[in-house]
Design a protein around this ligand. Structure first.
Ligand SMILES: Cc1ncc(C[n+]2csc(CCOP(=O)(O)OP(=O)(O)O)c2C)c(N)n1
Ligand code: SF4
Length: 249
Protein backbone atom coordinates (compact mmCIF):
# COMPACT_ATOMS: atom_id res chain seq x y z
CA UNK A 1 0.00 0.00 0.00
CA UNK A 2 1.31 3.48 -0.86
CA UNK A 3 2.01 5.63 2.18
CA UNK A 4 0.53 9.09 1.64
CA UNK A 5 0.98 10.40 5.15
CA UNK A 6 3.05 9.46 8.16
CA UNK A 7 4.09 11.04 11.40
CA UNK A 8 7.44 12.83 10.95
CA UNK A 9 10.20 10.65 12.40
CA UNK A 10 11.62 13.70 14.06
CA UNK A 11 8.66 13.75 16.46
CA UNK A 12 8.77 11.63 19.62
CA UNK A 13 5.79 9.53 20.70
CA UNK A 14 4.88 12.11 23.34
CA UNK A 15 1.35 13.46 23.09
CA UNK A 16 1.10 17.16 22.27
CA UNK A 17 -0.03 19.04 25.36
CA UNK A 18 -2.03 21.60 23.36
CA UNK A 19 -5.83 21.97 23.63
CA UNK A 20 -7.89 20.32 20.89
CA UNK A 21 -8.04 22.59 17.83
CA UNK A 22 -4.97 24.64 18.80
CA UNK A 23 -2.84 25.95 15.93
CA UNK A 24 0.44 25.21 17.76
CA UNK A 25 0.12 21.47 17.04
CA UNK A 26 -0.16 22.09 13.29
CA UNK A 27 2.80 24.46 13.30
CA UNK A 28 4.93 21.99 15.32
CA UNK A 29 4.14 19.25 12.81
CA UNK A 30 5.05 21.48 9.84
CA UNK A 31 8.32 22.39 11.50
CA UNK A 32 9.19 18.72 12.09
CA UNK A 33 8.39 17.87 8.46
CA UNK A 34 10.50 20.72 7.10
CA UNK A 35 13.54 19.95 9.28
CA UNK A 36 13.32 16.33 8.16
CA UNK A 37 12.81 17.12 4.46
CA UNK A 38 15.63 19.69 4.44
CA UNK A 39 17.89 17.09 6.14
CA UNK A 40 18.63 19.43 9.02
CA UNK A 41 17.93 16.99 11.87
CA UNK A 42 21.55 17.09 13.00
CA UNK A 43 21.89 20.85 12.52
CA UNK A 44 18.62 22.27 13.85
CA UNK A 45 18.52 23.99 17.22
CA UNK A 46 15.06 25.05 18.40
CA UNK A 47 14.66 27.92 20.83
CA UNK A 48 11.37 27.58 22.69
CA UNK A 49 9.61 30.47 24.43
CA UNK A 50 7.53 30.73 27.57
CA UNK A 51 3.91 30.06 26.63
CA UNK A 52 1.77 27.13 25.60
CA UNK A 53 4.49 25.74 23.33
CA UNK A 54 7.00 25.52 26.18
CA UNK A 55 6.57 21.75 26.46
CA UNK A 56 7.25 21.20 22.75
CA UNK A 57 10.84 20.21 23.48
CA UNK A 58 9.38 16.86 24.57
CA UNK A 59 8.01 16.43 21.05
CA UNK A 60 11.14 16.95 18.94
CA UNK A 61 14.20 14.74 18.61
CA UNK A 62 16.50 17.70 17.94
CA UNK A 63 18.64 19.95 20.09
CA UNK A 64 16.63 22.65 21.81
CA UNK A 65 16.74 25.17 24.59
CA UNK A 66 14.04 27.16 26.38
CA UNK A 67 14.55 30.92 26.78
CA UNK A 68 13.17 33.21 29.45
CA UNK A 69 9.93 35.00 28.52
CA UNK A 70 10.58 37.20 25.45
CA UNK A 71 14.32 36.52 25.37
CA UNK A 72 14.40 33.86 22.66
CA UNK A 73 15.93 36.22 20.04
CA UNK A 74 18.85 36.94 22.38
CA UNK A 75 19.41 33.22 22.94
CA UNK A 76 19.08 32.69 19.17
CA UNK A 77 21.68 35.39 18.58
CA UNK A 78 24.22 33.70 20.83
CA UNK A 79 23.60 30.27 19.34
CA UNK A 80 23.79 31.38 15.73
CA UNK A 81 26.93 33.45 16.25
CA UNK A 82 28.66 30.60 18.07
CA UNK A 83 27.40 27.91 15.69
CA UNK A 84 26.92 29.59 12.28
CA UNK A 85 26.60 26.27 10.42
CA UNK A 86 23.56 25.26 12.47
CA UNK A 87 19.92 26.07 11.73
CA UNK A 88 18.68 28.17 14.65
CA UNK A 89 14.90 28.42 14.74
CA UNK A 90 13.31 30.71 17.29
CA UNK A 91 9.63 29.96 18.09
CA UNK A 92 7.61 32.59 19.98
CA UNK A 93 4.01 33.44 20.87
CA UNK A 94 2.62 36.96 20.62
CA UNK A 95 2.66 37.62 24.36
CA UNK A 96 6.25 36.44 24.40
CA UNK A 97 7.51 38.23 21.28
CA UNK A 98 5.45 41.43 21.16
CA UNK A 99 4.67 42.14 24.80
CA UNK A 100 7.54 40.79 26.82
CA UNK A 101 10.25 40.69 24.17
CA UNK A 102 9.61 43.50 21.68
CA UNK A 103 13.06 45.02 22.26
CA UNK A 104 14.81 41.67 21.76
CA UNK A 105 13.17 40.84 18.43
CA UNK A 106 13.52 44.36 17.03
CA UNK A 107 17.19 44.60 17.94
CA UNK A 108 17.86 41.14 16.53
CA UNK A 109 16.34 42.37 13.25
CA UNK A 110 18.23 45.68 13.45
CA UNK A 111 21.48 43.73 13.83
CA UNK A 112 20.47 41.47 10.93
CA UNK A 113 20.93 38.30 12.97
CA UNK A 114 20.91 35.28 10.69
CA UNK A 115 18.34 33.01 12.32
CA UNK A 116 14.69 32.22 11.54
CA UNK A 117 11.70 33.24 13.64
CA UNK A 118 8.34 31.50 13.77
CA UNK A 119 6.01 33.98 15.43
CA UNK A 120 2.71 32.42 16.53
CA UNK A 121 0.06 35.14 16.77
CA UNK A 122 -3.13 33.98 18.46
CA UNK A 123 -4.01 37.49 19.66
CA UNK A 124 -3.98 36.43 23.30
CA UNK A 125 -1.89 35.24 26.25
CA UNK A 126 -2.88 31.58 25.96
CA UNK A 127 -0.97 29.80 28.70
CA UNK A 128 -1.87 32.16 31.52
CA UNK A 129 -5.62 32.22 30.90
CA UNK A 130 -6.54 34.38 27.93
CA UNK A 131 -5.41 37.86 28.92
CA UNK A 132 -5.17 40.75 26.43
CA UNK A 133 -1.93 40.90 24.42
CA UNK A 134 -0.61 43.76 22.25
CA UNK A 135 -1.98 41.78 19.30
CA UNK A 136 -5.54 41.47 20.69
CA UNK A 137 -8.09 42.78 18.19
CA UNK A 138 -9.99 46.00 18.85
CA UNK A 139 -13.25 45.09 20.56
CA UNK A 140 -12.00 41.58 21.40
CA UNK A 141 -13.12 40.36 24.82
CA UNK A 142 -10.42 38.76 26.93
CA UNK A 143 -10.14 38.03 30.64
CA UNK A 144 -8.47 41.43 31.15
CA UNK A 145 -10.63 43.31 28.63
CA UNK A 146 -14.09 41.95 29.48
CA UNK A 147 -15.78 44.84 27.61
CA UNK A 148 -13.51 44.52 24.59
CA UNK A 149 -10.15 46.11 23.79
CA UNK A 150 -10.36 49.87 23.45
CA UNK A 151 -7.92 52.14 21.61
CA UNK A 152 -8.18 54.83 24.31
CA UNK A 153 -6.72 52.59 27.01
CA UNK A 154 -4.82 49.86 25.13
CA UNK A 155 -3.78 51.32 21.79
CA UNK A 156 -3.78 49.46 18.50
CA UNK A 157 -3.01 45.82 17.62
CA UNK A 158 0.62 45.37 16.57
CA UNK A 159 1.19 44.13 13.02
CA UNK A 160 4.55 42.46 13.50
CA UNK A 161 5.10 41.09 9.99
CA UNK A 162 4.66 44.59 8.52
CA UNK A 163 6.61 46.32 11.28
CA UNK A 164 9.69 44.11 11.13
CA UNK A 165 9.75 44.23 7.34
CA UNK A 166 10.74 47.91 7.64
CA UNK A 167 13.94 47.04 9.48
CA UNK A 168 16.95 46.87 7.16
CA UNK A 169 18.39 43.73 8.73
CA UNK A 170 15.19 41.77 8.09
CA UNK A 171 15.60 39.70 4.92
CA UNK A 172 12.20 38.04 4.72
CA UNK A 173 8.81 38.61 6.37
CA UNK A 174 5.56 36.84 5.56
CA UNK A 175 2.22 36.26 7.32
CA UNK A 176 0.41 32.93 6.94
CA UNK A 177 -2.58 31.07 8.45
CA UNK A 178 -3.07 27.45 9.53
CA UNK A 179 -6.87 27.26 9.45
CA UNK A 180 -7.41 25.12 6.33
CA UNK A 181 -5.37 22.73 4.14
CA UNK A 182 -4.51 25.35 1.49
CA UNK A 183 -3.31 27.86 4.06
CA UNK A 184 -1.38 25.15 5.92
CA UNK A 185 0.47 24.24 2.71
CA UNK A 186 1.33 27.89 2.16
CA UNK A 187 2.49 28.20 5.77
CA UNK A 188 4.81 25.26 5.18
CA UNK A 189 6.28 26.96 2.09
CA UNK A 190 6.93 30.17 4.02
CA UNK A 191 8.61 28.42 6.97
CA UNK A 192 10.73 26.34 4.59
CA UNK A 193 11.80 29.50 2.75
CA UNK A 194 12.72 31.23 6.01
CA UNK A 195 14.95 28.30 6.99
CA UNK A 196 16.48 28.04 3.52
CA UNK A 197 17.39 31.73 3.60
CA UNK A 198 19.08 31.18 6.95
CA UNK A 199 21.13 28.30 5.52
CA UNK A 200 22.19 30.63 2.68
CA UNK A 201 23.53 33.04 5.31
CA UNK A 202 20.93 35.78 4.79
CA UNK A 203 19.60 38.16 7.47
CA UNK A 204 16.69 37.61 9.83
CA UNK A 205 13.82 35.62 8.32
CA UNK A 206 10.42 36.05 9.99
CA UNK A 207 7.16 34.13 9.55
CA UNK A 208 4.08 35.30 11.43
CA UNK A 209 1.63 32.43 11.75
CA UNK A 210 -1.87 33.57 12.72
CA UNK A 211 -2.98 30.70 14.91
CA UNK A 212 -6.33 29.71 16.39
CA UNK A 213 -6.66 29.51 20.19
CA UNK A 214 -10.17 28.13 20.74
CA UNK A 215 -9.72 28.00 24.52
CA UNK A 216 -8.55 31.60 24.87
CA UNK A 217 -11.08 32.86 22.34
CA UNK A 218 -13.88 30.98 24.15
CA UNK A 219 -15.18 29.25 21.02
CA UNK A 220 -15.39 25.72 19.63
CA UNK A 221 -12.41 24.54 17.53
CA UNK A 222 -14.36 24.64 14.25
CA UNK A 223 -15.57 28.17 14.96
CA UNK A 224 -12.01 29.25 15.73
CA UNK A 225 -10.97 28.16 12.23
CA UNK A 226 -13.69 30.42 10.77
CA UNK A 227 -12.71 33.30 13.04
CA UNK A 228 -9.28 33.40 11.43
CA UNK A 229 -11.02 34.46 8.18
CA UNK A 230 -13.87 36.52 9.65
CA UNK A 231 -12.02 38.39 12.44
CA UNK A 232 -8.25 37.96 12.41
CA UNK A 233 -7.80 38.51 8.67
CA UNK A 234 -9.16 42.09 8.92
CA UNK A 235 -6.27 43.14 11.13
CA UNK A 236 -3.76 40.52 10.01
CA UNK A 237 -4.00 39.99 6.24
CA UNK A 238 -2.00 37.30 4.49
CA UNK A 239 1.04 38.63 2.65
CA UNK A 240 4.71 38.70 1.87
CA UNK A 241 5.91 42.00 3.31
CA UNK A 242 9.56 41.60 2.40
CA UNK A 243 11.50 39.09 0.34
CA UNK A 244 14.99 40.32 -0.48
CA UNK A 245 15.63 37.07 -2.33
CA UNK A 246 12.97 37.92 -4.92
CA UNK A 247 13.01 41.67 -5.43
CA UNK A 248 15.54 43.07 -2.97
CA UNK A 249 12.90 45.36 -1.44
C1 LIG B 1 8.86 37.60 32.96
C2 LIG B 1 7.57 36.80 32.91
N1 LIG B 1 6.39 37.46 32.90
C3 LIG B 1 5.24 36.76 32.84
C4 LIG B 1 5.25 35.40 32.83
C5 LIG B 1 3.93 34.65 32.80
N2 LIG B 1 3.61 34.09 31.50
C6 LIG B 1 3.89 32.80 31.19
S1 LIG B 1 3.29 32.30 29.71
C7 LIG B 1 2.62 33.84 29.45
C8 LIG B 1 1.78 34.13 28.22
C9 LIG B 1 2.30 33.56 26.96
O1 LIG B 1 1.48 33.98 25.92
P1 LIG B 1 1.94 33.88 24.41
O2 LIG B 1 3.36 34.26 24.27
O3 LIG B 1 0.97 34.64 23.58
O4 LIG B 1 1.89 32.32 24.09
P2 LIG B 1 0.65 31.31 24.03
O5 LIG B 1 0.55 30.73 25.40
O6 LIG B 1 -0.57 32.10 23.63
O7 LIG B 1 1.07 30.34 23.00
C10 LIG B 1 2.88 34.70 30.51
C11 LIG B 1 2.43 36.11 30.61
C12 LIG B 1 6.50 34.74 32.84
N3 LIG B 1 6.60 33.40 32.79
N4 LIG B 1 7.64 35.46 32.89
S1 SF4 C 1 -4.69 27.92 25.48
FE1 SF4 C 1 -4.81 28.40 23.29
S2 SF4 C 1 -2.67 28.50 22.58
FE2 SF4 C 1 -2.71 27.41 24.56
S3 SF4 C 1 -2.81 25.23 24.01
FE3 SF4 C 1 -4.91 25.97 24.40
S4 SF4 C 1 -5.68 26.56 22.36
FE4 SF4 C 1 -3.44 26.42 22.22
Amino acid sequence: MKVVYKRPELLTDAHFSYCGGCGHGIINKLLAEIIEEEKLSEKAILVWPIGCSVYADQNFKVDSICALHGRAPSVGTGLKRALPENAVIVYQGDGDLVSEGMAEIMHAAIRGEKFSVIFVNNAIFGMTGGQMAPTTLLGQETTTSPYGRKVETSGYPVKMAELISNVQGCYFSERVYVNNPKNIMNAKKAIRKAIQYQMEGKGLSFVEVVSQCPTGWGVKPLDSLKMVETEMSKEYPLGVFKDMGVNGN
